[in-house]
Design a protein around this ligand. Structure first.
Ligand SMILES: Nc1ncnc2c1ncn2[C@@H]1O[C@H](COP(=O)(O)OP(=O)(O)OP(=O)(O)O)[C@@H](O)[C@H]1O
Ligand SMILES: [Mg+2]
Length: 249
């Protein structure tokens, strides 16, 4: 992994909301093909960091480079076009539309509708849900919704995918299916992932490296074993309802 090039570089990134510093001087880089976890207690600033990366929230200061090009200040659709996509913490599907229609939206930025439809069908196959292409989004189960989100993200032809709690409502077996999919997209296609997840066992199993946020600050950056035994990380989680235990199982 250490040989692969840096795809994303965040320097001195800060975002204030009034008196609250939701991202406090963040510095990290991500290499192509990394499976990077992003954890931290509720309100730590994880979603804010994703919003900053995607241009949905402008930074107060600092810079973000994607493939050596500065992207902070660009509009979200430009950032998406340059190869980074994010899913939403609360799945935002068009409930009256079918799965295929929801997914093809992801491709409209770079393809005409007919081709976006074909590409969407291919991506439904890629994530293993071609059989529900005609199902109304309102009727989907939680694991189906998660896979639809993945397929829609893939339709943007990303090189780096930001997943914000896509596995939140899933049981162990359903989660395993998503973990296997993420790993195979990385192994076979070299995709890079940053994954926010409260489910520690899933994140510890999937990721080779984990960043830990607490009150907007990066308090740890290391392997699963390193972060789960880091005293700062353990104390950040004490008194929260997000438990670290089971992390190394
Ligand atoms: N648009 C906003 N305006 C004001 N404050 C905000 C805004 N967005 C986020 N915040 C605040 O920034 C802090 C970080 O929020 P954020 O949603 O990034 O946390 P999180 O780590 O994603 O939490 P969770 O695990 O609950 O999803 C919180 O205190 C939140 O209230
Ligand atoms: Mg969040």
């Amino acid at each position: 992994m250490s040989q692969s090039p840096v795809i994303l570089e965040v320097s001195q990134l800060t975002r204030r909301f009034g008196g609250l510093v939701a991202a406090n001087n963040l510095n990290f880089s991500v290499r192509k093909g990394e499976l990077l976890g992003l954890i931290g207690p509720n309100g730590a600033g994880k979603t804010t960091l994703f919003n900053l990366l995607m241009g949905l929230v402008p930074p107060s200061s600092g810079s973000i480079m994607l493939d050596g090009r500065r992207i902070d200040g660009l509009k979200p659709h430009k950032i998406c076009r340059s190869g980074m996509v994010k899913t939403f913490q609360n799945v935002a599907l068009f409930t009256d539309m079918t799965v295929l229609e929801n997914v093809l939206v992801g491709g409209l930025q770079h393809l005409p509708v007919a081709q976006a439809r074909d590409f969407a069908a291919r991506n439904l196959e890629r994530v293993g849900i071609a059989h529900i292409a005609g199902k109304k989004a309102a009727d989907l189960t939680f694991p189906e919704k998660a896979l639809v989100e993945m397929a829609r993200a893939l339709c943007t032809r990303p090189r780096i995918v930001l997943l914000d709690e896509v596995m939140a409502a899933l049981n162990e077996q359903e989660m395993d299916q998503i973990l296997t999919l993420i790993r195979s997209l990385r192994d076979q296609e070299g995709l890079t992932f940053i994954v926010i997840e409260h489910h520690m066992r899933a994140i510890m199993r999937l990721c080779e490296r984990i960043l830990v946020l607490s009150f907007g600050q990066m308090i740890a950056d290391g392997t699963p074993a390193e972060v789960s035994s880091n005293p700062d990380v353990i104390s950040a989680y004490l008194g929260t309802d997000t438990r670290l235990h089971g992390a190394q199982s």
